[in-house]
Design a binder for this molecule. Structure first.
Ligand code: ADP
Ligand code: MG
Length: 318
C-alpha cells in the first residue's frame, strides 16, 4: 500500500485521507421484486478518530443501511467506504470476519439481539474474546474490567433476562468492546428504553469514547441525542444533509459556554442543501442569486422582476 502523504502534496490529498471513517458517494440499492429502493444515494461522511457522533434522520432515511455497510454486514452497490484502513468494498470473506471481530463493535436496538439469553453477562462478554483466541486468564480479567467500567460489575453472574433493558444495553456495550475495537457502532441503542435509562446508556457510550478511546457512531431518529454528542450529522433520503457541531467556549468572564453551530454539507460536485426554515423565511426557491464575498458566499432570493428600490439603485458601494 502506498501512503498518499508521501507521494502527493497536501492539496491533492485523497478525500478523507486523515479520517478514520470515510464514505464517498456511497450508494446502496435494494432490489425488491422489480422495484429498486435507493437506500443510500451518494452519501459522503468523514469521521475522525476519537470522535463521538450521532447520525439522525427520519425513519427510512438510510441510517441502518449505512451502519450495516460500515459494520461489514452489507456491501454497498457503489461508491467508496473505508474504516480504519479497511476498504469495505474490496474485502475478502476472511478479511470481513477479521474486521467484524476486532476492528468494529456493534450494538443493536433490540436489546434481545445483543446478548445470548442462556449465558451470564460475564459469559456474554467473554465470548467474542474466546472466538478471537484470547487466553482464559486474560479473558476473565478483561471481562471484569469492562463490566466494572460500565457499572455492571456486581451483576456479572446474571443472565440477560434478570437485567433491566438499560442494564442489558450496558452489557451489550461491554460485549461490543471486548476485542478493543477502534469503532463502536450503535443503531438506535436507546430506542426501546425510557429516557432516564436511555441517558444511562448514553453515559456508558460516552465512557467507551472518553475512557476506552473508541470512536463512537450512534444512529437515532431522536433529535434530543444531539445535545449529548460533539457532532450530529443529519441524513435525508440516503444523503448527509447538515451537521451541528457543539463545542464549549470560555467567554470574557471565564464562563464555559456551549456553542452549537449549524453546517450544511457541500457535496463533492459543489451541491449544497439549504435548510427548509431558511428557504421559507426568505422565500428562496427555484433560482437564487449568489455573490462571492471576501470570506463568504451570499445567497439572495431571485431578484424581483419589478424596478429596483431606490436603495438598490443608489447601491451600497462607496
Ligand atoms: P432507517 O434506518 O433510517 O429507518 P433503513 O436504512 O432501514 O432506514 O432503510 C432505508 C430504505 O431502504 C427504506 O426505504 C427501506 O424500506 C429500504 N430497505 C432497507 N433494507 C432493505 C432491504 N433489506 N430490502 C429492501 N429494502 C430495504
Ligand atoms: Mg433503522
Amino acid at each position: 500500500m502506498t501512503d498518499p502523504t508521501t507521494t502527493t502534496d497536501r492539496s491533492h490529498r485523497e478525500y478523507g485521507a486523515d479520517a478514520l471513517i470515510m464514505c464517498d458517494s456511497l450508494v446502496r440499492i435494494y432490489q425488491v421484486d422489480q422495484i429498486e429502493v435507493q437506500a443510500l444515494q451518494g452519501l459522503d461522511l468523514l469521521v475522525e478518530a476519537g470522535e463521538m457522533i450521532a447520525i439522525v434522520g427520519a425513519s427510512g432515511s438510510g441510517k441502518s443501511t449505512l451502519l450495516n455497510v460500515l459494520s461489514g454486514l452489507d456491501v454497498p452497490t457503489a461508491g467508496r467506504a473505508r474504516v480504519a484502513g479497511w476498504d469495505l468494498l474490496r474485502m475478502s470473506h476472511a478479511d470481513r470476519l477479521a474486521y467484524r471481530r476486532s476492528v468494529v463493535g456493534f450494538i443493536w436496538q433490540q436489546t434481545a439481539r445483543n446478548l445470548l439469553p442462556y449465558l451470564s453477562a460475564a459469559e456474554n462478554v467473554a465470548l467474542p474474546m474466546a472466538f478471537s483466541g484470547v487466553r482464559a486468564s486474560k479473558r476473565a480479567a478483561r471481562t471484569t474490567e469492562l463490566l466494572e467500567a460500565l457499572g455492571m460489575g456486581d451483576k456479572a453472574a446474571r443472565r440477560p433476562g434478570e437485567l433491566s433493558g438499560g442494564e442489558q444495553q450496558r452489557v451489550a456495550i461491554a460485549v461490543a468492546l471486548a476485542n478493543s475495537p477502534q469503532v463502536l457502532f450503535a443503531d438506535e441503542p436507546t430506542g426501546e428504553l425510557d429516557s432516564a435509562t436511555g441517558d444511562d446508556v448514553f453515559a456508558a457510550l460516552r465512557s467507551a469514547n472518553t475512557d476506552l478511546g473508541a470512536t463512537v457512531v450512534i444512529v437515532t431518529h431522536d433529535d434530543e441525542v444531539s445535545t449529548q454528542v460533539g457532532r450530529t450529522v443529519a441524513i435525508r433520503d440516503g444523503r448527509t444533509s447538515s451537521e451541528v457541531v457543539r463545542r464549549t467556549e470560555i467567554d470574557e468572564q471565564g464562563q464555559h459556554r456551549l456553542i452549537a453551530e449549524e453546517y450544511a454539507m457541500l457535496d463533492r460536485a459543489g451541491r449544497l442543501q439549504l435548510p427548509a426554515e431558511y428557504r421559507s423565511s426568505l422565500g428562496l426557491r427555484d433560482r437564487v442569486r449568489l455573490e462571492l464575498e471576501n470570506d463568504h458566499v451570499g445567497v439572495w432570493p431571485d431578484a424581483p422582476r419589478s424596478t429596483p428600490s431606490p436603495a438598490e439603485q443608489d447601491g451600497d458601494q462607496p
